[in-house]
Write a protein that binds this ligand. Structure first.
Ligand code: IMP
Length: 198
């Protein structure tokens, strides 16, 4: 079984490929299938954004497509950056710039850390406009000192609950076992296998 994943984020591709391999599902990044201009991300929730991306690409390609929207919610920042996680330090910001901005925001508040959570929403859209969604979260805290080189995004600053290491210090399989994305994609996979629609 093969499924197209609508993302340009190599970190997401690696994690989802690895997880869905366990279910015998092969994940193909969308840029290996077709060149389609990305839609604007206008949703105010993770769910809305995942739905928009998946249905947009599925209609364009005439095949089932999965898309994901995810982000980090930091308690001390009132839940920010949330759906703006990839654009926290501005449009087209790099992971390093976003991390620097998060550290600055903690410093401004004289905080060494803050409770936080990652959230992930997946949507699998079929060309007939039907679809499936799933969701996952992982709680933890963000800190001011980056550690580790694994993962992507805010991982060097995020310590999952029950761990001393940051997400960027965990091996891929371990991150996938506890992460928002790992949980969401696992839930989606178990339904996909029952559905036998792909
Ligand atoms: P999206 O591509 O619009 O879903 O943006 C997701 C953004 O949220 C990423 O660019 C990261 O900044 C952040 N993010 C989501 N999941 C993770 C993760 O697993 N690790 C680190 N950062 C993440």
């Amino acid at each position: 079984m093969r499924i197209v994943f609508a993302t340009k984020n190599r970190g997401k591709v690696r994690e989802v490929q690895e997880k869905l391999k366990e279910f015998g599902i092969e994940v193909v990044p969308i840029d290996e299938v077709a060149e389609v201009e990305a839609p604007e991300e206008t949703g105010e929730t993770f769910c809305e954004n995942a739905y928009q991306k998946a249905t947009y690409y599925s209609e364009k390609l005439g095949m089932p497509v999965i898309a994901e929207d995810s982000g980090l919610e930091v308690e001390a920042l009132g839940g920010k950056p949330g759906v703006y996680s990839s654009r926290f330090a501005g449009e087209n910001a790099t992971d390093e710039e976003n991390n620097r901005k998060l550290i600055e925001e903690l410093k401004k508040r004289e905080l060494e850390s803050s409770p936080a959570r990652y959230i992930s929403f997946f949507f699998l859209a079929f060309p007939d406009k039907s679809g499936l969604w799933s969701e996952g979260e992982v709680r933890g805290k963000v800190v001011r000192e980056p550690r580790g080189t694994g993962g992507f995004g805010y991982d060097p600053l995020f310590i999952p609950e029950g761990y001393e290491k940051t997400m960027a210090e965990l091996p891929l399989q371990e991150k996938n076992r506890i992460s928002h994305r790992g949980k969401a994609v696992e839930r989606l996979a178990s339904v996909i296998l029952k559905l036998k629609k792909l």
